[in-house]
Design a protein around this ligand. Sequence first.
Ligand code: NAX
Length: 326
Amino acid sequence: AKSPVRIAVTGAAGQIAYALIFRIASGALLGPDQPVILHLLDLPQMQGALGGVMMELEDCAFPLLAGMVATDDPKTAFKDIDIGFLVGARPRGKGMERKDLLGANAEIFTVQGRALNDAAKRDVRVLVVGNPANTNAYIAMKSAPDLSPDCFSAMIRLDHNRAASMLAAKAGVNVGDIEKLIIWGNHSPTMYPDWRFAEAGGRKLAELVGDEAWNRETFIPTIGKRGAAVIEARGASSAASAANAAIDQVRDWVVGSNGRWVSMAVASDGGYGVPEGIMFGVPVTASGGKVTRIRDLALDEFARSRFEITLNELKEERAAIAHLLK
Ligand code: NAX
């Protein structure tokens, strides 16, 4: 039998985690023959609720669940982990300015980055889900100087999946047949869903849909505001779809995307003119924890303008937290 993989989930008593942890334990992440040990981190006042989640995990009798640890200490949570889902974050409170939100989260992610640096396996793969996800991932990466930047990514897959679904409906194709779709940039309403290269069943989506007005006036704004639309309808933010996207992104990263392009926010290596280190959504293929960036795609004038908007937002976020990094 395979030896267990240690997987940490932070914000483990929260709603995304509630949709995520059970799927990890069932085998949806790493397959039906890979045992897992769950490391569950949440704040001290959430340990009671977290105990309830653990009771439910026991009650599922998952054959693959080889153990679990609950803690409020990041170093304990990240001890020897292979994979980390960093879901817990400080939500935007009433009257909180954007820079206060960035600052509060910078504190959390410097602490967690250092704990990963000290305690995690050297080839750990860390997905940051908690918002502002790209900048939180950047902070964690910068706070973990002994780990390769390749250990970190931020979740842009929910935007990717949302865009794939909407395009599939418009084109009348199965969502599973859509390839070469890209989400550029920040996980925020500025992200740029780009289907200029996308195909379904060997045909260009541009031929199947071919509607630039729909792209600019309906598609891009709808994907950008999808999270807000879910909150409006459900009275709570996306949880099951966020957990599903987290599973998709990490599975493609560590198991493999089978040559398919997927969108991941990874530390820039300078490609596409994005300053090095910025966590930027780009198209990649992945396998065995290694990411291969799709390079040198042409950006036309409109694409370039959308690209710059989301890049500028990430540069501003980086500037706003720069003084907190040492
Ligand atoms: P919840 O408020 O339900 O859960 C968050 C949990 O994190 C809580 O249990 C809280 O106690 C815990 N927490 C807070 N600070 C912590 C810390 N320092 N260490 C450990 N745990 C801590 O939020 P939920 O709906 O689960 O969302 C979690 C995060 O995901 C939010 O930041 C949210 O904005 C973000 N999202 C990111 C998405 C993405 O695509 N990247 C999409 C979905 C979601 O909006």
